[in-house]
Design a protein around this ligand. Structure first.
Ligand SMILES: C[S@@+](CC[C@H](N)C(=O)[O-])C[C@H]1O[C@@H](n2cnc3c(N)ncnc32)[C@H](O)[C@@H]1O
Length: 271
């Protein structure tokens, strides 16, 4: 397994995922204490002067967000505020992953449980969460750990965010989401996927169909003509309200318009 999220941290796809995650979390919190499950947690905090500086993905993503002047839609502004809080001296050196972003937003009674397969990444994750007693990391496979961890929990928010470097990640992500909704039909489940070609994405949505209706929030940076490239990304949400649909339109619209090439577009629809 070669995937290192540190190369991709703060890219356009992280902006879509994290802006919507914050919005989903705020909505669940309004319903009472929430438990967030993050099946693929990553390191929690990224120093963008490392791998990300070599890939230049953050430069084309969060750096442009933080340089944007005014007019940000509220769901994107909420993420920008979190990034600014981590960089009190200005600039964009540090970028939060889903664990830290969530941990910082937890309220009394809320909890975060992240799973991370790689030992060296899990060690970084433990460090990132050290100041947050309600946020814990568990080593091992997040697909396998999810359902046992959800036992007895009400008001669950699940993020499934695999690297998709293994051929079975699409199937395992869809099956884990379906199992989570079976275990708790009231759980809100968000699955992040890259958009390379439509055939792969369509196969994923078909595999997910037994889980019930889904909100599909796509941000396409360019037409999906080169399947070797990440041409866009999607957050697929089970249990999304109309307020989340509105936020998804804001987020995907801003990302496609501001960060996309010619032919970029946002599409938010119900499957
Ligand atoms: C896309 S990154 C996660 C990014 C993170 N969710 C965020 O938004 O900041 C995927 C992470 O999942 C880890 N991983 C891969 N397969 C896994 C599995 N089966 N269970 C748990 N973690 C896994 C990888 O080591 C990597 O750190």
């Amino acid at each position: 397994m070669n995937y290192r999220h540190s190369f991709h941290a703060g890219n356009f796809a992280d902006l879509v995922k994290h802006a919507l995650l914050l919005r989903l979390l705020a909505e669940r919190q309004a319903a009472g204490p929430v438990v967030v499950f993050d099946t693929h947690a990553g390191a929690g905090l990224y120093d963008l002067t490392g791998d990300a500086a070599r890939s230049k993905e953050a430069e084309a993503g969060v750096a442009r967000l933080m340089a944007a002047e005014g007019g940000l839609p509220p769901a994107i502004r909420a993420l920008a505020d979190q990034v600014a809080a981590l960089n009190p001296g200005g600039g964009v050196r540090f970028y939060p992953g889903s664990p830290l972003l969530t941990a910082r937003a937890l309220r009394r009674g809320d909890a975060y449980r992240g799973f991370e397969l790689r030992d060296e990444v899990k060690a970084l994750l433990d460090e990132a969460l050290a100041d947050f007693p309600n946020a814990t990391a568990q080593g091992g496979d997040g697909y396998d750990g999810l359902i046992p961890a959800m036992g007895g929990v009400t008001n669950a928010l699940v993020l499934i965010d695999p690297p998709y470097e293994r051929g079975d990640d699409y199937h395992r992500a869809a099956d884990a989401a379906t199992a989570a909704r079976r275990a708790d039909p009231a759980a809100v489940v968000a699955i992040w996927t890259p958009l390379k070609d439509l055939e792969t994405f369509d196969g994923f949505l078909r595999r997910l169909a037994p889980a019930g209706p889904a909100l599909v929030a796509e941000a396409r940076l360019r037409p999906l003509t080169n399947p070797m490239k990440m041409n866009g990304c999607a957050m697929v949400v089970l249990g999304a309200s109309s307020a989340i649909e509105a936020a998804a339109n804001e987020v995907c619209g801003w990302v496609a318009t501001t960060l996309g090439d010619a032919g970029a577009k946002a599409e938010v629809w119900r499957a």
